[in-house]
Design a protein around this ligand. Sequence first.
Ligand code: WT7
Length: 660
Amino acid sequence: MSKDIQSYLLGDKIFQPDYNIKKNNYFIKDLHAYESLCLESKLDPEEFWKKYAIGFLTWHKLFTKVLDESNPPFYKWFSDGELNVSVNCLDVNLTNGNANKVAIIFESDDGQIEKISYRELFVRVCKFANGISKLGYKTGDKCIIYMPMSIEVIIAMQACARLGIIISVVFGGFSSKSLQERITDIDASLIITADYQKRGGKIIPLKDAVDEALSIDTSNKIRNVIVYKRTDKDINWFSSRDIWMFDLESNQDEYIDPVFVNSEHPLFILYTSGSTGKPKGIQHSSAGYLLWAKMTMNWTFNANPTDVFWCTADVGWITGHSYIAYAPLSLGMTQVIFEGIPTYPNSGRFWEMIDSHKVTIFYTAPTAIRSLVKSSDLNKEVHPNNFDLHSLRIIGSVGEPISPETWLWYYTNVGKNKCSLVDTWWQTETGGHMITPIPGVTPLKPGSCSFPLPGIQASVVDELGDEVSPGKGGFLVIKKPWPGMIRNIWNDSERFKNSYFPDELKGYYLAGDGAQIDSDNYFWILGRIDDVLNVSGHRLGTMEIEAALVAHKLVSEAAVVGRPDATTGEAVVAFIVLKGKYPEKHEDLEIAKELRNWVSQEIGPIAKPKDIVFLENLPKTRSGKIVRRLLRLKASGQSITQDVSTVDNISSIEKISISF
Ligand code: WT7
């Protein structure tokens, strides 16, 4: 870990949204309250977390121990307590006046609207859970969920939580190969999917991909595939295994007892990319995870009973878990769930939906905003100014650094200079927000995610774990455990320890991001320090893409790096050495097309290299390591001015000129 992190040009303008934020009981009301909570959490962490765990969650058996630190970094929270996540998301809303409140407003790709109340949602979850239970599935069994954005995916996730079935949601854009790897890694016995998904006017098969995944590894343990019927199109059917979701729900009892599980029972495993080839199964807990998701929903979004919340993420990512499937329900909120994409039927879709559903809190990713800035520059009709967005009070950003320019556009055109813009820094591993402004409270600096939340001891350190001085770059770490943290990497405790708690770092959690803290204590995220790219807010391991590329029959060697891209943040660039002879030109289009399709099949369309460059050789050190920093320079159009005397094969990249 001896990476040089460049200093960053800090913006200095501060914005203080001037409006009366509605208060709720747990809301942090001003900077003074924020500071005293931070102090409280430092002086007596046990008391701090205990107070929230009791105040926020409904327990079946109350815990006596808050944090078990006996075997770091395998921390346990509330470890002798028992609860059920679906009770905390649904049952609680039947007796607190929310039973008839709309839980979900679903808008389909083609604009159809369906609403479901908390009572109706509870009944459907119970009926579906009864159906699964009758098929013989029980606590501790593993289920893969591969579904489109829908009310049904929430039902599937909540029904599994009710029975203590451990889920792994796989994003619908992943290929059958990726799906198969996840099925195998968690040893799943059940899959819940849909026939097709509708996105941007297209119909994309899901059940087909499941059938294919199951045929790749025929030693799989899958007993049933439950299918949510989204279209009238035909699919292949295996009657000994496949069941329609609606058939399974019908005629079932409208109630099922929840299974109370230990606080540490895994609620889900979510795969994400790391620096080596194989995706990591991030294992989260039940109690600590839900607590942190709910606390942060309250603090960062100031969740109030009259709010209409809309998070545009997919449930296949952590954002869709924490801030769609669990936290908004646990707070009895009304939320919008959207099946489609921001640019269909046109790029005004988001603004039109905010207007028609009177959304008050809107949470999206910088990549979406960047693409909508571009479209509204080209076509004034889809500019946010043409829509009534006055219902908004808080707007949020997540997934990647938001540049000050994009921040300002969002703040001015969507937030109309009156909404708090919360730039939330967090990760799949953290379970919920970690560093973020408190709306209406934290003065905002465009491009900075501001301060850590109370209870979160974030810092920026050097390779020995010592704090660096203000304005200097370093590694972002979290010094103390928190309830929402990752518990393990599924099937790989060693990798868990090595990736997140390396020996040199004093037992701190290593986030994998470079950062710096300015003289006002604001945090600035500088991007990943490992071989992980962030393309449109999605995490992609360069090694994973390289492994896919070298598996192709024509490829001898591959090196994948990122380069800046105006819309997607980063773009994937692959340098390839072919097995046969060097092609006529370094950008042979036919082979490049084939390799792109190959990556799409192996991992999913999100991992497709944007640019493919063919080389005779890859630049390497004498010991044979690929010198990626040179490829990175080349990929971003810069010239190589460093000393390259120790690099082999350098002429191979020096002689080509690349312009993307
Ligand atoms: C990585 C985590 C958190 C849910 C979505 C992504 C980057 C995330 C921000 C932000 C700058 C950010 C980091 C982080 N990231 N939010 N507000 N500012 N960078 O989850 O796939 O686990 O990716 O996304 O690099 O490590 P993820």
